[in-house]
Each structure stands twice: as structure tokens, then as C-alpha cells.
Design a binder for this molecule. Structure first.
Ligand SMILES: Nc1ncnc2c1ncn2[C@@H]1O[C@H](COP(=O)(O)OP(=O)(O)OP(=O)(O)O)[C@@H](O)[C@H]1O
Ligand SMILES: O=P(O)(O)OC[C@H]1O[C@H](OP(=O)(O)OP(=O)(O)O)[C@H](O)[C@@H]1O
Length: 209
């Protein structure tokens, strides 16, 4: 079996830094950088996709290794992939946030009683409320989660924040910090055995980088 690795690279917020890291391994990422629409780059062993699809391709063995956010891995705990390395970039906080100045609402978040919370991260949110012994009714939205409490649809949101700009621009404040998330290197368990030398070498080089 060839020891050449196929690497799943996330498009979007994590892409540039993921490609910068692959450059340090001597992989030529220039074609990937210059092409927004093409998804498979066979010559350099790179496939690109949404970050939430990376564990799916890696679990299936369509990619040997992949890069995605810790938030994605927390949200998909059933995926059979190995988490090999914290890559350090793409640092975000997963938070519970609600409307600034709403002190009665903030107090309600701490008390018993069912709270309505909008999120893209159903697993992470329900675990957080379970761990802290509170009841929650989750409203699943696909994006721009910050809108939901502004319309009165929910009491709070569980979402990622990086610079804090989106929360601030929408008059929301952090009430609780749930987790710190960064980009991770993951591997297919079978590839991890059959291509051990190549994957170990990659991990060593990335650690050094
Ligand atoms: N400022 C940021 N906001 C949100 N996510 C970020 C940020 N910086 C890094 N990330 C990471 O990037 C990932 C999301 O990237 P992006 O927002 O580009 O994708 P997306 O369109 O939400 O994709 P998907 O639909 O797969 O979740 C998150 O999982 C997180 O790990
Ligand atoms: O703290 P900031 O630097 O402002 O970043 C946080 C924002 O970025 C993410 O949204 P994204 O751009 O991925 O869009 P989405 O809301 O559609 O998920 C996240 O969901 C926040 O909305």
C-alpha cells in the first residue's frame, strides 16, 4: 500500500491556516489556494469540504487524515476517528450568551425552569445544561444564531465566539463559557495502522511547526 496520505482540509474559517501548515510539510497548496470551486486535488493528496464533513470523510477512509474544529468533534462524538493533535489555530470559545442589560433574563439562566436556547450545536448545548442540572428547550438554527434572542424567540444562544465582534454588534454578552475550541488533526483508525510511518512523520513535523 502506498504511504501517500489523503488529507481532508476544511474550507472557510480554518482553511488558510490549515494550508499554511501543510506548506510546512512540503505540500504544494498553491492550486488549492487559487481555486474556490474545485474540491479534489489529486496531485497533492488534498480534498476540501465543509469543516463539519471532515469527520465523515475521515471515518469512511476517503481521507486518511483531516483537519477540523474541536467543536465539530464534540458535536459528532459517534464518529470513529482518532484525534491526534491540537493544532493550536482557529481558537474560539463556545459560550452561552444573552441580551446585554437583561439582568432578569441573566438571573433566569441560573435558575431552574425550562429555558429556550437557540444553537447550531445541539449536542454541546444539551450536555452543558445536563451537566449543570438545568432544563433546556433547544431551537436548532442553521446560522446567524445571534438573531434568535433579539427577536424574543429564545432566552439565550450557545455559539462560538472568536473576536467577540458578532456578539457585541448584536448587543449580546457572554453569560457562561462552555469550552475552548481549536483546530485538531484527526485520523482514520485503519490508516493510522497501515500508514503509521507516514502519519507519525506528519504528526512529528506538525508538532515541531
Ligand atoms: N471566527 C470564527 N467563527 C466561527 N468558527 C470559527 C472561527 N474561527 C475558527 N472557527 C472554526 O471554523 C469552523 C467553522 O468554519 P466556518 O464558519 O467557515 O464553517 P461553517 O460554514 O460554519 O461550516 P459548517 O457548516 O461545516 O459548520 C468552526 O467549526 C470552528 O472550529
Ligand atoms: O466572535 P466573532 O469573531 O465575531 O466570530 C463569531 C461568529 O462567527 C461564527 O459565525 P460564521 O461566520 O461561521 O457564520 P454562521 O453564523 O452562519 O455560523 C459564529 O457562529 C459567530 O457568529
Amino acid at each position: 500500500m502506498s504511504d501517500r496520505l489523503t488529507i481532508a482540509v476544511p474550507r472557510g474559517a480554518l482553511m488558510r491556516e490549515a494550508l499554511d501548515l501543510l506548506d510546512t510539510l512540503g505540500i504544494d497548496t498553491s492550486e488549492v489556494r487559487s481555486n474556490d470551486r474545485k474540491l479534489l486535488f489529486e496531485d497533492v493528496g488534498i480534498i476540501t469540504m465543509r469543516p463539519s464533513d471532515v469527520p465523515t470523510y475521515v471515518e469512511a477512509g476517503a481521507a486518511d487524515v483531516g483537519i477540523t474544529g474541536k467543536d465539530v468533534l464534540m458535536e459528532q462524538p459517534e464518529r470513529e476517528v482518532y484525534e491526534l493533535l491540537d493544532l493550536g489555530f482557529g481558537r474560539c470559545l463556545m459560550v452561552l450568551a444573552s441580551v446585554a442589560g437583561d439582568d432578569a433574563g441573566a438571573e433566569a439562566l441560573r435558575r431552574l425552569g425550562v429555558m429556550r436556547v437557540a444553537t447550531k450545536y445541539r449536542r454541546i448545548a444539551s450536555q452543558h445544561f445536563e451537566r449543570t442540572g438545568r432544563q433546556v428547550e433547544l431551537v436548532e438554527v442553521k446560522g446567524s444564531v445571534e438573531l434568535a434572542p433579539l427577536t424574543g424567540m429564545v432566552d439565550a444562544i450557545v455559539d462560538l465566539t472568536a473576536t467577540g465582534t458578532t456578539l457585541r454588534e448584536n448587543g449580546l454578552v457572554i453569560r457562561e463559557e462552555i469550552a475552548v475550541t481549536t483546530a485538531r488533526l484527526i485520523a482514520n483508525p485503519v490508516a493510522h495502522k497501515l500508514k503509521a510511518a507516514a502519519i507519525d512523520a506528519m504528526v512529528e513535523k506538525l508538532r515541531a511547526a
